[in-house]
Ligand binder design. Structure first.
Ligand code: F6P
Length: 377
């Protein structure tokens, strides 16, 4: 049966990441060239939808953006239409209103039949509120953190890992020269995927991830033994959400107006201090921060983003409602959009990359690496 869809909207929500523009390009060109649709770009995520900042996208607008970082539409990780920040009351407390009807009204008045939502778990939960009111949304999974439930891979992750790996490689040579412990803090929120993959790719000696609370004594013993009996330096990659076994995750700031109000940061400096203060080893900290989110996407992310964008339009035109494009074991598929809302895919303790890292005696801070999985002959 031919689809009744004639006009679609596109928005990018949450933090930006490399490859978003490639998705916007794929959605727009597929929609226009293959199906003759009109495409409307919404500025700055759900905020632009509430504020009615919407304009038509043509193939010219998306030409030449494949290799660019960021998002041509702009994005926002502080806006949730169901709980939209509306200033402060007389006591100075933030006031929130439900702006989902406003979003739907702004879409409908332009005749937009469905919305393509490019984002992470927070963005999918915002979209789920529109779906609950009968407006069709199709999700495309985006985040450098790679923590979306239902998909093995989100675009942006591979580029972020490449950026972090490049930084860790550089730290390696200076660590060797100065016989230091170099601690590098990477992003990832509550999931250790970036730390795990960049740590393995760079041959880092210690990898600390949120899924494995660490014991500082184990970390110190390990780097001391490398200092005195091994290579005389160590590289420690620590995920921003990692925490000591007997301590808390370090919160850098709290933004009550944001759907995900907590921002992590500071664990790298803490680990470096705790190593340096109790040993004679010189330590330094590097925080990679938003460098991991910026810049050109790697070729693999561009390809994945293009497949996701294309598949999202195909899904919509085949009559799908409230689905999110995913890739599972290398095959494109889709799951219910609400499946990914407000959940996180963490690193399982039997993850293959993690086990491979343990086998080469990478320290995860829980136990001395030489005690892991040794089979006596
Ligand atoms: O979710 C992507 C991410 O970069 C996280 O890794 C990080 O914790 C967070 O966003 C940072 O958010 P902001 O851009 O608001 O500082």
């Amino acid at each position: 049966m031919p689809s009744s869809i004639r006009r679609i909207g596109v928005l990018t929500g949450g933090g930006d990441c490399p490859g978003i523009n490639a998705v916007i390009r794929a959605i727009t060109k597929t929609a226009i060239y293959k199906y003759g649709l009109s495409v409307f770009g919404i500025e700055d995520g759900f905020l632009g939808l509430i504020e009615d900042r919407i304009s038509e996208l043509t193939s010219i607008h998306v030409s030449g953006i494949m290799s660019t970082g960021g998002t041509i539409l702009g994005t926002n990780n502080r806006c949730n239409p169901s709980r939209h920040y509306h200033g402060r009351d007389e006591q100075g407390e933030p006031v929130f209103v439900d702006a989902t009807d406003q979003c739907i009204e702004n879409l409908k008045k332009r005749g937009i039949d469905a919305l393509m939502v490019i984002g992470g778990d927070g963005t999918m939960s915002c979209a789920a509120a529109l779906v609950a009111k009968g407006f069709n949304c199709i999700g495309v999974p985006k985040t450098i953190d790679n923590d979306l439930v239902g998909t093995d891979l989100t675009f942006g992750f591979i580029t972020a890992v490449a950026t972090a790996t490049d930084a860790l490689d550089r730290l390696h040579t200076t660590a060797m020269s100065h016989h230091r412990v170099m601690v590098c803090e990477v992003m990832g929120r509550n999931a250790g995927w970036i730390a795990l993959h960049s740590g393995v790719a760079s041959g880092s000696d210690v990898i600390l991830i949120p899924e494995i609370p660490f014991d500082l004594d184990v970390v110190r013993d390990f780097v001391e033994s490398r200092m005195h009996h091994g290579r005389g330096f160590s590289i420690v990659v620590v995920s921003e959400g990692a925490r000591p076994r007997d301590g808390e995750t370090i919160v850098k700031m709290h933004d009550p107006t944001s759907p995900d109000p907590i921002r992590y940061g500071g664990i790298g400096a803490y680990v470096a201090h705790e190593i340096g203060a109790h040993t004679d080893i010189e330590t330094r900290t590097t925080v990679l921060g938003h460098v991991q989110r910026g810049g050109q996407p790697r070729a693999t992310d561009r390809v994945l983003a293009t497949q996701f964008g294309y598949h999202a339009v195909e899904l919509l035109m085949s009559g799908a409602h409230s689905r999110m494009v995913v890739t599972q074991r290398g095959v494109l598929d889709d799951v219910d959009l609400t499946f990914a809302a407000n959940k996180q895919r963490l690193v399982p303790l039997d993850d293959g990359v993690l086990l491979a890292a343990r086998a080469v005696r990478t320290c995860f801070g829980d136990v001395a690496p030489e005690t892991v999985g040794r089979i006596e002959q």
